[in-house]
Ligand binder design. Structure first.
Ligand code: SF4
Ligand code: SF4
Length: 388
């Protein structure tokens, strides 16, 4: 058999084996440098649009040969995840709930993708003993999306997600650089056309152009930060505890797509749409036990707790005033105290006002104090308006 035929045959067999390995789609990309991507990333950095969570070395992000000795191909995989909660618990007055984005439902996707990549590696090794690979998932140097796009797993949507007509954008991506000269796939043609629904729906204008994301304005990124947030951002976060799915839920390509065939990726309703008040005082141990296996736990409990405080303010949840005052008075973290002040300012009422007045006198953190003062000012404005 000619060499080219051998690799073509292996690729066909690999595609046939995908489902039995728990993989929904496989594509192959050449291992050439991602020259265009590098220019885009340079510009992205110049404009200050990076989140700070990325691999800082742009050469490593765009040149597979800096990560692997003589790479011959990159195998890209996709695993589809669910997008719908069947019969979700209601969020209602007295029992308000937050939302965890779909990419964090079920078991941490890093674990799931690593499992699939190692199964694929074992499958290949049986057939090609001289196989060498370097597998990557999200935190690897290469851009999962650029590899997936080149490998024909989907086109890069205007919302910056990789999507295809079969699975939509509800897919986790991983890749494996190899020493196998597998024949590459062709990228898919753009399927967005004239649609701009994602750009129009983005609450913060973070999609600054088709396929261009200003990470620092993106709620998905902001929900993962740990510090104080601006008033406008907090209002727009709504009840999101981790991540944001808006630019995917509005996408027509995702209509009626919900993937339920991977049991470990199915959501536990109480975890992905949890009651907000219990989160305010959840201990480290309980947080780890409940949320530790989800990808949203990677930044610890603080961002999720802060966002729970914000959500209660956005709901103007009067029944939570006592709990928020507890945070304002007792939480050792200035961000939590200042954010609780913001929420109390939004909810209003005499009890909240009295608590803010008492808190401002004893607050020692300058930034938290500013948030308390602003909340007091906002309440004063509201009561002025009411008295007119
Ligand atoms: Fe906008 Fe949310 Fe999409 Fe970020 S994740 S670009 S904030 S819609
Ligand atoms: Fe493309 Fe429209 Fe989906 Fe945005 S909403 S990614 S423009 S198809």
């Amino acid at each position: 058999m000619k060499d080219g035929d051998r690799w073509m045959r292996l690729k066909e067999e690999m595609l046939d084996a995908a489902a039995s390995l728990g993989i929904d789609k496989i594509g192959v990309a050449s291992a050439d440098p991602f020259i265009e991507l590098k220019q885009i990333l340079i510009r992205h950095r110049e404009l200050g649009r990076e989140s700070g969570f990325e691999e800082p070395d742009l050469d490593k992000r765009t040149n597979p040969s800096l990560l692997f000795d003589s790479p011959q191909s990159i195998i890209a995989i996709a695993i589809a995840y669910p997008s719908k909660l069947v019969d979700p618990p209601k969020s209602e007055p007295g029992a308000r709930r937050g939302i965890i984005a779909r990419a964090s439902w079920g078991q941490d996707y890093h674990t799931v993708l690593r499992d699939r990549l190692s199964k694929l590696e074992a499958w290949l090794k049986e057939r090609v003993p001289e196989l060498r690979v370097e597998s990557m998932v999200d935190t690897g140097a290469l851009s999962d999306r650029a590899v997936a796009e080149r490998a024909g797993l989907g086109w890069g949507g205007k919302n910056c997600m990789i999507m295809n007509d079969e699975l939509g954008s509800w897919i986790y991506l991983g890749e494996m650089i190899t020493n196998l000269p597998l024949p590459p796939d062709k990228p898919l043609a753009d399927g967005c056309g004239e649609c701009t629904k994602c750009i129009d729906a983005c609450p913060t204008g973070a999609l600054v152009g088709p396929g261009q994301l200003d990470s620092k304005r993106c709620i998905s990124f902001l929900t993962q930060t740990k510090g104080f947030l601006e008033d406008e951002v907090m209002r727009k976060i709504g009840n999101r505890l981790y991540g944001c799915d808006t630019c995917q839920t509005v996408c027509p390509v995702n209509r009626r797509k919900n993937w339920t065939h991977h049991p470990e990726l199915q959501p536990d309703h109480e975890l992905v749409k949890p009651l907000l008040v219990p989160l305010l005082t959840i201990g480290n141990r309980e947080f780890k036990e409940r949320y530790g296996s989800m990808s949203s736990a990677w930044r610890g409990k603080k961002p999720i707790q802060r966002n729970a405080v914000i959500a209660l303010g956005n709901f103007k949840e009067k029944s939570a005033v006592g709990d928020l005052i507890g945070v304002l008075q007792d939480d050792p973290r200035p961000v939590m105290r200042g954010t609780a002040a913001w929420s109390l300012g939004k909810i209003g009422g005499e009890e909240a006002e009295a608590a803010l007045q008492a808190a401002v006198l004893k607050e020692t953190d300058e930034e938290a104090k500013v948030y308390i003062e602003r909340a007091m000012a906002e309440m004063a404005e509201c009561s002025e308006m009411e008295s007119i």
